[in-house]
Ligand binder design. Sequence first.
Ligand SMILES: [Zn+2]
Length: 216
Amino acid sequence: MLRLGCKYELEHIWSEAIRRLTRCFPLSFERFQDVVIKGGTCLAPPVQMVPLDAIDIIGVHRELLFDSLIPPVFYSLAQLHSSDVHATYMDKRLSFTELSYYHDTVETLQAFSIKAFSPILTSTVSRLCTQPSECLQAYAEISKHVVRNGLLNSTGIIRDLDALEADIDSDTELRLCEACLQSFRSHHQDICQQMWNGLGECCGVPCWTKAVRKPA
Ligand SMILES: [Zn+2]
């Protein structure tokens, strides 16, 4: 649609293509969480985006220099198994540089994921914790719960923090005091935002949130 709009200078086709792409790969992490991480639908059925579609979007970027798409696209690509991504490189659908960007993105997401879980991994309760021994026990149960219930994506980032918080509220074994819950939530959101801001460095567009949406 984008290529058609460009080739024949059809403004309405171009605009619709941009609208769809920016819904799937938004600049804001909150929006990206809603449409992608939580598995929401960003396009009207029957058109759906799956991580493998990210490879086609990289092709669009290469052709139209659409920089602001790239970090969220590589985030999606990082959800794929490396053997699938290597297969697309062998098919020449990805360049060697893009393959390197993929690996850098995966490494970055993994590093941030460890930081996001650091309160649990290091057994650090909030300074305002009202029940330290119960909260430490709950941290151990939360770690098991997250893995057992598939709440992590392939890079180890929580897929859906709201779902985890609902589980923490409803399951007495997972229950944290209010101070620890708030502390974990704000820490996780801060780390995710830092990760989001830093994604551009991994894929060659360091100032990506300031990038223009439409090529000149
Ligand atoms: Zn606590």
